[in-house]
Write a protein that binds this ligand. Structure first.
Ligand code: ADP
Length: 474
């Protein structure tokens, strides 16, 4: 259990770490990409603004001086005024020769790709602004805006360049921060997750330790329920309820074992006593010995009947297939049972009557059904005083056969009615009447095995009525 809890802890923490890592990685990559694009856009915008400002200044100057100076001079003059710490402006004529050479301050230590630009101008004659990225020397890159210009009727091409290393440095810093920060964050999340899961599962560990401490000898112990309205308390309550049910079943089993051994002990003691007495003297007459053997036989029959009953109940409890069905007429079987009990009834001058619906065909286990009917009718005779009456009726009722056994016996007290079908249940006052207290529980087991049932329909001091039901068609 503890290792299971540990593995749940490990799995939950692993999930937490994986989810956090994926989320942070996605966040880092997303943030990096957005920043990269934003920096690129702002760089391009700054180049456009510089180019437009220069074009505007040249245009303005050209209008002011009334056409005195040539385009080259105008441009060269303006270029000398447009000096930036991080940008370089170059102007080329349409034939690729340079008008204004780069005024690169010392701080802007990068090379403009002059030859590349010249080739571009000669080959493509750019007519619209365009961007390019080129090598700027000393491991630097230059972003260059190529911008067409027309001054005094002549075509020029302006190139505004700016090195990208500043942005790149910022991005590299961010990259490094993410590379260190994300795993660190993930590690913290893992530690925090593990602590949280540990704390959350702590009551489960305690509960399992308490459950493990409950032994079969100490089934009365229960898991304490601290807060009655949370999920773990619900688990504890469910577990305790399961323990209640187990305890009840175990108690019932123990009672059953005790009762079974008690019931077996009496006939065994008689058998042993008879045998001991018979063997203790050598001068016993044949008649005495026969009598002893007859008692032993009687008690052996009682013993084997109890053992048969116990065996049937045990097999039914184990869910084994006990019935072997055949087709027969239920009215004939009930008639036979009643006939075989007539002599017992007549010994007590009990009127035993049967009203049987004819041709009641059924598919069932004949010997078990006979046992069921015999048990109930025998009881009716057993618990009915002299000169009473027992009536057995077999009738059809929809999909069922009903066997109603009514007697004019002692009746069953209200509070005992639910108990009579329990194994080994006997009324205290019944000790004068033979029986182990298994008859009705066997009857119920057999009826239920066939999909039917048995109930005490009515009972009062003047008599009882039992109702057996069996399905007409299986
Ligand atoms: P037993 O071997 O004692 O007859 P059963 O399981 O057949 O065991 O019956 C359980 C108890 O139910 C009996 O001890 C008796 O108290 C009661 N009982 C059963 N049938 C009748 C009946 N027809 N009239 C009165 N009491 C009955």
């Amino acid at each position: 259990m503890v290792s299971a809890v540990r593995s749940v802890r490990a799995r939950l923490t692993a999930w937490y770490v994986i989810v956090t890592a994926v989320f942070l990685a996605a966040f880092g990559i997303g943030m990096y990409t957005i920043l990269l694009r934003g920096l690129e856009r702002s760089m391009d915008r700054s180049l456009i603004l510089t180019a437009e400002a220069f074009a505007h200044a040249v245009d303005h100057e050209s209008n002011d001086d009334g056409g005195a100076a040539g385009g080259d001079r105008l441009i060269a003059e303006e270029a000398s005024e447009f000096m930036y710490a991080d940008r370089v402006i170059m102007i080329f004529r349409a034939d690729g020769s340079a008008v204004a050479l780069p005024h690169a301050p010392r701080s802007a230590a990068f090379r403009m790709p002059v030859e590349t630009l010249r080739m571009l101008i000669l080959r493509k004659r750019p007519s619209a602004p365009a961007f390019m990225t080129a090598d700027g020397g000393s491991d630097d890159e230059v972003r260059v805006l190529v911008f067409p210009l027309r001054v005094r009727g002549r075509d020029y091409v302006m190139a505004v360049g700016r090195r990208t290393s500043d942005q790149m440095e910022f991005l590299e810093g961010l990259h490094a921060a993410l590379l260190i920060g994300v795993p660190l964050w993930v590690a913290c999340a893992g530690f925090l997750g593990y602590s949280l899961v540990r704390k959350a599962l702590h009551p489960v560990v305690t509960m399992s330790a308490e459950a493990a401490a409950i032994s079969t000898a100490d089934l009365a112990r229960r898991i304490p329920v601290s807060r009655p309205d949370d999920e773990l308390a619900h688990l504890a309550i469910t577990f305790n309820a399961l323990l209640d049910r187990l305890t009840a079943v175990l108690d019932q089993q123990r009672r059953f074992m005790a009762d079974a051994s008690h019931e077996l002990r009496t006939p065994l003691a008689i058998v042993r006593g008879e045998a001991e007495v018979a063997l203790s003297r050598t001068d016993r007459s044949t008649e005495d010995l026969r009598e002893a053997l007859s008692v032993i036989e009687q008690e052996s029959l009682v013993l084997s009947s109890i053992i048969d009953d116990l065996f049937l109940l045990a097999r039914a409890d184990a869910g084994q297939k006990v019935i072997s069905p055949t087709r027969f007429y239920l009215d004939e079987l009930v008639g036979d049972a009643v006939r075989s009990l007539r002599s017992v009834a007549s010994k007590k001058s009990i009127r035993l009557q049967a009203t049987l619906h004819r041709d009641s065909e059924i598919e069932a286990d004949e010997s078990l059904i006979l046992r069921l009917v015999m048990n109930v009718v025998e009881n009716a005779i057993k618990y009915t005083p002299h000169r009473g009456a027992v009536e057995v009726v077999l009738r059809e009722n929809g999909p069922l056969y009903e066997i109603i056994v009514t007697d004019t016996g002692v009746g069953i007290p209200e509070e005992k009615r639910a108990l009579i079908f329990e194994r080994f249940h006997r009324e205290r006052g019944d000790s004068t009447v033979e029986g182990a207290g298994l008859g009705l529980s066997i009857a119920r087991t057999i009826a239920e095995m066939h999909g039917g049932g048995i109930d005490l329909e009515a009972s009062k001091p003047g008599g009882s009525t039992f109702r057996i039901t069996l399905p007409r068609h299986q």
